[in-house]
Design a protein around this ligand. Sequence first.
Ligand code: A2P
Length: 282
Amino acid sequence: MTEHRPMTEASPVKVPTLPDAQTITDVKHWTDRLFSFRCTRPASLRFRSGEFVMIGLMGDPDPKTGKQKPLLRAYSIASPSWDEELEFYSIKVQDGPLTSKLQHIQAGDEIILRPKPVGTLVHDALLPGKRIWFFATGTGFAPFASLLREPQTYEDYDEVIITHTCREAGELEYGAELIENLKHDELLNEVIGEGFWKKIKYYPTTTREESAKMGRITDLIRSGEAYADLGVDPINPDNDRAMICGNLAFNLELKAMLEEYGLEEGANSKPAQYVVEKAFLD
Ligand code: A2P
């Protein structure tokens, strides 16, 4: 692990002490558009797997006053609730206000993290069921990276189907590696039960680059191809529960499809059959 920079270390530039500062412990770049990072976890932070927090950096100084304000965005926590560190999975947008800067963070740097987790992609917002579908596009995989490592997911369901649609094959790598690693995770296999990962059916697809399976998940479900590939029965409101996290158009289309199947949207205050949340995109 990288040695943490002591908070008291004299800095050559006058950097304001960040409010709610956490220290980056690891950064991994997956493609020129995607990266993930880990940071320290505030001792007081409790969250439910699938929730998000506001994170960010100090913005540029105001040209008139020289004052800096925090630049924060909602990020799903990609690590599970039991992990001693926090993990995030982010897009890099070259002219994005936050990610144009955030993509350059390195181990030892600080970020701002407001320790107030919220969100609807939580088990509490769903009624009991037999099978759960996690539907993601792009960085919308992040809350499922948390939930796939959460013991409750396997206690609550017999089958866990995770679909991930991305433009290019390289964008699937973070998720593919994470799911592959579950097989060899000694701690999880001991805590949840040996071979728990056999409950997972992983269905990655790409839309703009050749890969083993091409097409939008919405189209693949509509045509029945996804069910045939997975060897599963069509979605039904008695057995199936779903969580959706992706870009806005995807969320809306899938939401409409699930409603057609007879599933109803749930919330923390009123659990039902599916929940939806927008992935952070700039
Ligand atoms: P497509 O390439 O056909 O637009 P983005 O990177 O723009 O957020 O998109 C991530 C993935 O989500 C892409 O593969 C994209 O497919 C797909 N996508 C975008 N809109 C929809 C939608 N309405 N239904 C299903 N998939 C979608």
